[in-house]
Design a protein around this ligand. Structure first.
Ligand code: AMP
Length: 143
């Protein structure tokens, strides 16, 4: 099981905002799409950063609601860690744990190929465990 397995199920869509978006626009997007992070793409569509609900909570705590009118680029994380479709789920989990983030964009041959969240990882792990349990049950029943 690897990152490509997750993308096969969830697809390659990435939710993003442009560099001119305000934090308010990012908040509306996250709420509307029921997701926890959006990528910030430059005009040439290159990855400029990531903004997650945690950045928004921190921004409001530090600056108050007026920050919602400020550019998303003021609050995003610029040093975005990415993964590859060939990375294993164990590698992805280790990366999320070490970096303390729950979203990782997937890059293949320099191009954005999707985004995976901790929710996707947990979903896949549960499916894997259920498969193993039913295989063990079948084995026990047959012996
Ligand atoms: P999250 O747990 O994904 O809500 O993010 C927690 C913090 O890490 C926020 O400041 C995010 O901007 C940042 N972050 C989220 N994903 C990544 C990533 N893939 N690489 C670097 N920073 C990230």
């Amino acid at each position: 099981m690897n990152v490509a397995t997750i993308l096969k199920h969830k697809g390659n869509d990435v939710v993003s905002v442009g560099p001119d978006a305000t934090l308010q626009e990012a908040v509306r997007l996250l709420a509307g799409k029921r997701i926890g992070a959006a990528l910030v793409l430059s005009e040439d569509k290159s990855l400029a950063g990531i903004v997650s609900e945690r950045d928004i909570v921190r921004a409001i705590a530090d600056r108050g609601p007026a920050c919602l009118q400020m550019p998303v680029t003021s609050f995003m994380t610029r040093a975005v860690e990415t993964c590859r479709p060939s990375d294993t789920i164990d590698q992805l989990m280790a990366q999320m744990t070490a970096g303390r983030f729950r979203h990782v964009p997937v890059v293949e041959d320099g191009r954005l190929a999707g985004i995976v969240s901790i929710g996707d990882v947990v979903k896949l792990r549960i499916a894997e465990t259920e498969l193993e349990v039913s295989a063990i049950r079948e084995y026990i029943a047959a012996h």
